[in-house]
Ligand binder design. Sequence first.
Ligand code: UT7
Length: 329
Amino acid sequence: MHSGKSVGIVSTGKGLPVCRLTNLELEEIVDTSDEWIISRTGIKERRIISNSETNSELSFIASKIALDRANLKPEDLDLIIVATVTPDMLFPSTACLIQAKLEAYNAAAFDLAAGCTGFLYGLSVGEQYIKTGAAKNVLLVGVDTLSTIVDWQDRNTCVLFGDGAGAVVLQEVEENRGLLSCKLFSDGNKGDLLCVPAGGSRFPATRQTVEKKMHYIKMNGPEVFKFAVTVMINSTLTVLEMCGKKPADLDYLVPHQANIRIINAASRKLGLKPEQVLANIDRYGNMSSASIPVVLDEAVEEGKIKRGDLIALVSFGAGLTWGAAVLNW
Ligand code: UT7
């Protein structure tokens, strides 16, 4: 049984690549247009890693900011969870690389892979560690560098994604604050809709896997689109019901940033006004696990999200996985 502890996000931070890739620049690479990308996805530009920027380096930058804002020293951390599908390498985990960079020597560290829902999965895992008393200070990072696994000749996918990292510190908070409800879902039967076939132990890298482009993202966009709208609505309603709230009680919805049409369709159906729905997809594209923590960080920095606001986080991604959470900020 869990204790009655309430667990909340006490600070946020982000790490973004310097290099911007605009739609006009993409027009030079693949057969696409600025008009198509904006009207079908809402994306104007995205950030792409270069030079020394790596998954773990962006994570380190985001983590340092989140730790400073929580007034924590690296040695205060008990646990580091990194949600990612694009680790620096297969092992050691990115969480261990970040632990070393931070010199957070008292922390256990591991990665988890739940596609673009990774941040919500990490939030739920971190919550359990704090509730059970196994950890006091948890660092959760959502990070992805999908630019390294997209086929830059495939216009169906390469225009959609961007790189970035968002970090939060989780701690026990006052009663009735922080996470009020959280629910995770998955359906492995739909795994083929969004996957990278090779690079694991089933298809290790060979000349053939490289020639067949099996190390790149394969996606059935329209099917994922339909699925996403339905689960975004249903899982938001589920977590609201779990804590006795209604969509009308929400101050903000913080959705995964995959496509502005998905976000708009779901939020319309939930009866939310556009100003209640936080989006930065125009500037960053789909940053996978980093989408939600980076939107959160920007909204907190801008003073949009304030103490006492009721917010819902909702996401979907490879697996397929999906989930949602309600927080009293
Ligand atoms: O984090 C989770 C990850 N993934 C997602 O959430 C993706 C969800 N899906 C989507 O966002 C949308 O399905 C896409 C943005 C991927 C595609 O939009 P769509 O409105 O579903 O387009 P479509 O795939 O049905 O393609 C419509 C047309 C096709 O041409 P034809 O066959 O009608 O002649 C595509 O070839 O648009 C074409 N097209 C493009 N044209 C210009 C596809 N990509 C592009 C492009 N530029 N980049």
